[in-house]
Design a protein around this ligand. Structure first.
Ligand SMILES: *Cc1c(COP(=O)(O)O)cnc(C)c1O
Length: 357
């Protein structure tokens, strides 16, 4: 069976060696030695000034919205994983959708201004599939209207844009280390900021608000990553460049062999150093997508409809129309992409697509 992704599992001995340290320390959580080491390694690898590792990639979105959203209207993208919108609603803010760019698939910055009202407090946009938003334009708008900017960079591990880490853009940037993501800790995530005041608030927010055992800086939640998760992260860490290289080969194969006269790929922004995190293709129609998906499923190949449905159509939201996002979301399919996907299987996938479009 071929799925859209397959979790990269490091040699179990490596994992065991790191777990042994947790056993020796008799220390399983509350920012032990393994978590601190993982943060230090990631900070160095990503060239970022700060990192706070977390228990998943959703809690950092909630913490960011708690600190910056202030219960207001949050301008956001309809084309992302459901966590982006759900975090807004969960934090008692109101999502205000702005449609996406038809080729980059990120929020259409030219439509943001018309969505701003006196209640708008922040913009939460996704670097979808690791493709950066137009961060320069978003920053200009945010400054003009005094809005905060949060980037859901769950897909963007290792991406650099204009020569610096994608995580350095916006007031707060978040990432996911879920098992399906490029770098993973089983469950896990991280949050980033360049602002020292925010860094302090994010840090205590992810640890119940503790100042010390008896005193509190403010409201907090449990966003802590455990030593067990850090053990997985430390075991995967030495393989990051290998993982990205292997994925690059697969992406190149798709790019060279798929029939792009009848398909569209993701258009990457200029000046991005991408991470090969996803391989979405956009069909000419939903029918063609369904036909290809059926053929693939019959062959035990299971691509995924990322992202469907368009998030503005979620059942707990008021109905609004997002023309481009709704159109793309019915026609887009993410193809299998993971370390170990064989050339035979790749060939089969390409054949099934080219024959059925
Ligand atoms: C995976 C993902 C999340 C959530 O991350 P978890 O670690 O699963 O909580 C948030 N946003 C996007 C865009 C994602 O793909």
């Amino acid at each position: 069976m071929i799925n859209v992704t397959k979790t990269f599992l490091p040699p179990i001995e490596e994992y065991h060696n790191h777990l042994q340290r947790a056993w020796d320390n008799q220390w399983l959580t509350n920012r032990g030695e393994l978590v601190l080491e993982l943060e230090a390694k990631l900070k160095n690898y990503l060239s970022v000034p700060n990192i706070i590792a977390t228990n998943n990639g959703t809690i950092p979105l909630q913490i960011a919205l708690k600190l910056l959203g202030n219960g207001g209207e949050i301008i956001t993208t309809p084309f992302s994983y459901v966590a982006t919108t759900a975090a807004i609603v969960w934090e008692n803010c109101t999502p205000v959708f702005v449609d996406i760019h038809p080729e980059y698939l990120t929020i259409d910055e030219t439509k943001i201004e018309e969505a701003i009202t006196p209640k708008t407090t922040a913009i939460l946009a996704t670097h979808v599939f690791g493709n950066p938003c137009n961060v320069a334009a978003v920053e200009v708008i945010a400054k003009k209207y005094n809005l905060k900017v949060i980037y859901d960079a769950a897909h963007a591990f290792g991406v650099t844009y204009n020569g610096k880490s994608i995580f350095e853009y916006g007031d707060i940037s978040t990432c996911s280390f879920h098992a399906t993501k490029l770098f993973h800790t089983g469950e896990g995530g991280a949050m980033f900021t360049n602002d020292s005041d925010l860094q302090h608030k994010m840090f205590y927010s992810h640890n119940f608000g503790h100042k010390d055992q008896l005193q509190f800086y403010g409201l907090g939640i449990n966003g802590k990553i455990s030593e067990l998760q850090a053990a997985m992260g430390l075991s995967v860490f030495p393989f990051i460049d290998f993982i990205i290289d292997e994925r690059k080969k697969i992406v190149n194969y798709y790019n060279q062999n798929l029939n792009f006269s009848k398909l569209k790929g993701l258009k990457l922004r200029k000046d991005v150093e991408w991470n090969y995190s996803y391989f979405p293709v956009i069909f000419e129609s939903e029918n063609k997508l369904l036909r290809v998906q059926k053929k693939m499923n019959e062959n035990e190949i299971f691509p995924r409809r990322y992202f469907y449905p368009s998030l503005n159509t979620l059942p707990y939201l008021e109905k609004v129309k997002m023309e481009i996002s709704e159109e793309i979301s019915v026609k887009i399919l993410c193809l299998p992409l993971y370390v170990g996907l064989s050339e035979v299987d790749l060939n089969k996938i390409v054949e099934l697509i080219n024959e059925n479009i």
